[in-house]
Design a protein around this ligand. Structure first.
Ligand SMILES: [Zn+2]
Length: 550
């Protein structure tokens, strides 16, 4: 049982998007094209849910029907003519037609990749509406629950690595469903006419989805000034008020930390099969176990449920407003959702809850490094996003941000985060953009930090090699500690000198496979020395960090 139930926004879609480059066609870069707006019209015909287990895996044997039309406003951003466009489009959905006025459009499907070829080539700066008509039986259109994501709901421009930034556009989504269903789209509900509802993303977003069901009922809650709707089946409302409270407080926290929540409404749908949660723009799909209070072990604890909501809500900022691209793009979304949700836990639930949930990240990362080698955070893309890489993006991904906060100090770190999210609101951002903003905020170069923790893969392993302590003539004590790094990575390390009166902290930089010596003068005798007493650092082993001083 995987106990990492924290939101998997990119993961769930990532599985659908994990397709390799199409052979035999010129490689297409997302820098070449952008979609400025989507107009999506879909009709859903749900069926009864049928499934069987094959070798422990669930297989859905019934499929409801989706019929759709999408008009995508395509714009050529390249400086030379473009002939091909590459889309993620679910192989369970048949493309009935695709047309662009003034062009012949040829389409080719390979698994979940749709490649369009334009004749004549699209000119630089050219704008053309692209109309797709399609019909099929994608996951999941059932009476019991409906959940259709981007790539099935409509085609998405995509880079070979899963970069979605070229879809940053305003989306209007019109949904028609049979009577008796409550199905929500992403964004603001702008009209309802019988069984047809129309949703507007309000601001440009990289993707939208829809979800709900026949038994889902709509509950309104307003917390901390946030207008929310919860789509919850009967019997799943045990934690409804609690989750609404957590959602409201998270929105309030991010609104102050970053910038005001950029949408006027927030919707949450209780669902099966979301593995914790998925966060679309102002649209959260949350594991029904969170609503039912039926997680296993102690995962129903408040701090875990809070972090689950806070993680998915952060996805309303990234990748929904700041759309990551290039090396490390998954870290820019999941690592940030994980760590900023921990910061929200700290602010709202207090230091003990924060410590508890941060320790979960350390334990998870320790289990990764103990058993296998994971790629560097900057090398993780949808093509290798499984196993150790997937666990690492949440655990190490959040711990790296925690380290950066330790290096820069709390105030500078917060100022930098706010500056980064504000500067890249409604834009694509790379790891180097984040680095640059943090360098400006702190007035120091951070190449060393990003090289070690994002581009490379280091793992310090500190031990206390030697301690000596002796009284001075004035009655104070002089204690010297030598700390050895048996692993890799060069970091400033805090050393705590503990006396009966408390802990005195000294800092020392310890090089990769190097040693550092630090001396403290204390009014009382030092009883213990401790490596990294505030637990800022990623290290191989934190069980040997405290030693007594004789
Ligand atoms: Zn996530």
């Amino acid at each position: 049982m995987n106990n990492r139930t924290i939101g998997l926004a990119l993961l769930a879609c990532g599985l659908a998007l994990a397709t390799g480059p199409t052979p035999g066609l010129a490689q297409f870069s997302l820098e070449d094209l952008a979609i400025r707006a989507f107009d999506i019209t879909v009709e859903l015909t749900p069926v009864a849910l049928k499934y069987e287990y094959t070798g422990g895996d669930i297989e859905f044997t019934s499929h409801g029907v989706l019929r759709g039309t999408t008009v995508a406003q395509l714009e050529v951003t390249a400086t030379s003519p473009v002939t091909t466009a590459r889309f993620d489009f679910d192989s369970d959905v048949n493309l009935t037609s695709v047309a662009a006025p003034g062009y012949q459009v040829a389409s080719k499907r390979l698994r979940d990749t749709l490649t369009l070829t334009f004749t004549p080539a699209l000119p630089p700066g050219g704008k053309v509406p692209l109309t797709f008509a399609y019909e099929g039986g994608p996951d999941y259109i059932y009476n019991e629950f409906v959940k259709v994501g981007p790539g099935s709901l409509y085609p998405l421009l995509i880079s070979p690595f899963g970069d979605l930034s070229a879809n940053l556009g305003r989306v209007v989504l019109k949904i028609t469903n049979p009577g008796g269903y409550n199905i929500a789209g992403t964004g603001k509900l702008i009209s309802r006419d019988g069984n047809t509802s129309t949703w507007d993303s309000e601001v440009p977003v990289p993707w939208v989805a829809l979800a709900g069901g026949q038994k889902h009922t709509v509950r309104d809650r307003t917390v901390a000034g946030v207008q929310m709707e919860f789509y919850v089946p009967p019997g799943e409302d045990r934690n409804l008020d609690k989750l609404a409270d957590f959602a409201g407080r998270s929105v309030d926290y991010y609104s102050k930390l970053l910038y005001p929540f950029p949408y006027s409404q927030l919707r949450t749908v209780s669902l099966l099969i979301v593995g914790g949660g998925i966060g679309y723009p102002a649209f959260l799909l949350i594991d029904h176990r969170a609503f039912r209070n039926t997680y296993s072990g102690d995962l129903n604890r408040d701090s875990h449920l809070f972090q689950l909501m806070a993680h998915e809500i952060l996805h309303s900022y990234v990748p929904s407003q700041t759309v990551p691209k290039g090396n490390g793009f998954i870290w820019l979304s999941e690592g940030f959702a994980e760590y900023l949700s921990l910061m929200a836990v700290q602010a709202v639930m207090g230091p003990e809850a924060f410590k508890r949930e941060l320790q979960e990240e350390r334990n998870l990362y320790a289990s990764v490094v103990a058993t296998t080698t994971e790629p560097a955070l900057g090398a993780i893309t949808f093509t290798n996003y499984h196993g150790a890489a997937r666990r690492s993006i949440y655990a190490k991904g959040s711990l790296v941000l925690h380290m950066l906060r330790g290096v820069l100090g709390d105030e500078v770190f917060r100022k930098g985060l706010a500056a980064y999210f504000t500067a890249y609101r409604g834009k694509a951002a790379r790891v180097s953009d984040f680095q640059e903003v943090m360098e400006q905020a702190s007035g120091q170069t951070l190449d060393w930090f990003f090289s070690e923790w994002i581009l490379e893969r280091v793992l310090p392993d500190y031990t206390i090699a030697n301690t000596t302590s002796s009284p001075n003539a004035d009655g104070t004590f002089r204690t010297t500690v030598t700390v050895r790094n048996r692993g890799t990575g060069s970091m400033p390390v805090e050393i705590g000198f503990r006396t009966d009166d408390g802990v005195q902290i000294e800092k020392v930089v310890i090089a990769s496979r190097g040693e550092g010596t630090v001396t403290a003068t204390t009014p009382k005798a030092v009883t213990h020395v401790e490596i990294d007493p505030h637990k800022w650092l990623i290290k191989k082993d934190d069980k040997n960090d405290v030693v007594p001083v004789k």
